[in-house]
Design a protein around this ligand. Sequence first.
Ligand SMILES: [Ca+2]
Ligand SMILES: [Ca+2]
Length: 137
Amino acid sequence: MALSITRVSPLEAREGTDRVIEVVVTGGPLTGQNATTDQNAGTLRIGGGTAILGQDFTPSEFAVGPLEPGQSQTFFVNILDDDIPEDVETLPISLAVTGEGRITSPSSAIVTITDNDPVPPPVSPPGQLLFFRRCMP
Ligand SMILES: [Ca+2]
Ligand SMILES: [Ca+2]
């Protein structure tokens, strides 16, 4: 046993409303002879999905541990509120080992970020009228 991700909140974030994603990593029991808390050390990687570093979120990684067995560490990923209309974006979060580090499941999660910017109406090509109907909620 070793590092695992024990909390990701919210999993479905909304741009502008949710400012941070809380990620909690917990150290597991140490194994083997000469076991040290270095087994509970690693890197928390943020990104690799459609969300863009510096535009949609920051930062890209955190150093984790070394943690005692059962000890938790909390990280906050900032969700940036850009003014760009965009599709729902994905933001993978995963643990990576460093040195003697070990990982146990769950070691990753995928956060989705919902856009809060209105999509502009479609532009009609020159010489054509374009009709579209807006459905009321
Ligand atoms: Ca965005
Ligand atoms: Ca946006």
